[in-house]
Design a protein around this ligand. Structure first.
Ligand SMILES: [Zn+2]
Length: 432
């Protein structure tokens, strides 16, 4: 078999791994990478005219954003994913399409292509074995502990076992049951993400306590709190934490964060932890009925607002920010990684942000907490050592993170290790 890395190779973004076996071609994930000039697609999609199947691990656009492009190119083939993953992907794709249009960035496909993806979906449930229609690959979707609906994918082909972790978390979070893929045995080829290969997360308990203390302190001192958060996973995680606030503190939930929260509360995904808390918070939070209310809420004292986008790159957060940043007693708490060139990064480093060529100065307090949905260095190493595969392939991380894991694996694992570049072809078991 051949495994070819078309994205997320020595980088994070545009995940797309091709598996060739017995004359068939499949891909695992079809993601995009956000750059300041718009979305970047895996280049190989320009050249491919036939595919036999797509295995979609989870809803984040760096794994799913290129699906409509496959339809645009008429690559009709089954797309395997969980039902909840598709519901979230559908929301994100529609939203992203309109956002690109608004920014006058031309998306690589037309809106109709998003609808066409639906016709090719084959829904899978966790922990059940399936087979591709050509009988070449047996596969199952396992809980990845990363975001609702997400999965690691275990495949059997040519009598070998291949495990693609995709984005994975074996550590406990408020929202997800942790993944137990580290218990799997007899894996021949392991492909794992390495986002945190070179570092540890701060203690989750400490970060949560810090977050809640900061919120309480701001409210007590007469200010309000704005939490820009990623729609999927992160916003729900924050909502579960905010349940600990006094009942009389108004909490607003806005934008894509609210839509995803509804999907998560309504789903029957068995690996969502604390669903009761999600449901209780759905009843407790206040919603915005019309966009003009945002101007009013942005000026209110003693409220908490959780909204998208997480990097302050568009969506309702922009309106709140404009009112929010003028009052010193207010506080903005960033809850995730802020990429270079985003407003989120400017706010953190230069206390400014931009919208429609207008520059705003930030006068309120700015803080950051680290709530990660990926496993940290120790857990990555534990997992690699426990599984101890014949071939270990490291991807979805920057070069520094990958190199540290590679060095560790060479010293502590029995098998061969790889850190492929984009376009690199790895060949396995062809002489057997
Ligand atoms: Zn992800």
């Amino acid at each position: 078999m051949k495994i070819i890395f078309h994205g997320a190779a020595q980088e994070v973004g545009k995940s797309c791994i091709e598996v060739q076996t017995g004359g068939k071609r499949y891909i695992m994930d079809a993601g995009i990478k956000f750059t300041k000039d718009g979305a970047e697609y895996p280049k190989f999609l320009d050249k491919v005219y036939e595919l036999d199947g797509v295995f979609l691990s989870h809803a984040h656009l760096d794994h799913s954003g290129a699906l409509p492009l496959l339809e645009h190119k008429n690559l009709k083939c089954p797309i395997y994913c969980t039902n909840l993953t598709w519901k979230i992907v559908n929301l994100l794709l529609e939203d992203n399409y309109h956002l690109e249009k608004l920014k006058h960035i031309h998306p690589a496909y037309v809106e109709r292509d998003i609808t066409k993806v639906k016709n090719d979906l084959r829904f899978v449930t966790y922990d059940k074995q399936y087979e591709t229609h050509d009988g070449k690959v047996k596969f199952s979707y396992l809980n990845s502990g990363h975001i609702p609906g997400g999965a690691s994918i275990l495949m059997e082909l040519e009598g070998k076992k291949l495990l693609y972790t995709a984005d994975v978390n074996t550590e406990d979070t408020n929202l997800m049951v942790p993944s137990d893929i580290d218990q799997l045995q007899d894996i021949d080829i392991l492909i794992t993400e390495n986002t945190y290969g070179d570092r540890e997360h701060p203690s989750k308990k400490d970060e949560e306590a810090k977050f809640l203390d900061m919120v309480k302190e701001t409210i007590k001192d007469g200010g309000s709190v704005l939490v820009p958060a990623f729609a999927v996973g992160r916003s729900q995680e924050i909502m579960i934490l905010l349940e600990q606030l006094d009942e009389d503190v108004p909490i607003y939930l806005d934008g894509m964060a609210r839509k995803v929260m509804t999907l998560v509360a309504d789903s029957d995904d068995k690996y969502i932890d604390n669903r009761d808390a999600v449901e209780r918070m759905m009843k407790r939070v206040k919603y915005i009925k019309k966009p003009t209310e945002r101007d009013h809420i942005g000026k209110m004292k003693g409220v908490v607002i959780v909204t998208t986008s997480g990097m302050v790159q568009g969506g309702p957060v922009m309106t709140y920010m404009k009112h929010f940043v003028n009052r010193e007693e207010n506080r903005v708490i960033m809850t995730g990684y802020q990429a270079n060139g985003t407003n989120g990064r400017y706010i953190m480093e230069e206390r400014t942000f931009k919208e429609h060529h207008h520059m705003y100065k930030v006068h309120c307090d700015i803080q950051q907490v680290d709530f990660s949905a990926h496993y940290g260095q120790t857990s990555i190493r534990d997992m690699m050592r426990k599984i101890n595969p014949e071939h270990l392939i490291l991807q979805h991380g920057d070069v520094g993170a990958l190199t540290e894991s590679l060095d560790y694996a060479k010293e502590n694992l029995k098998g061969k290790t790889y850190m492929p570049e984009i376009g690199e072809v790895l060949t396995f078991y062809e002489d057997e």
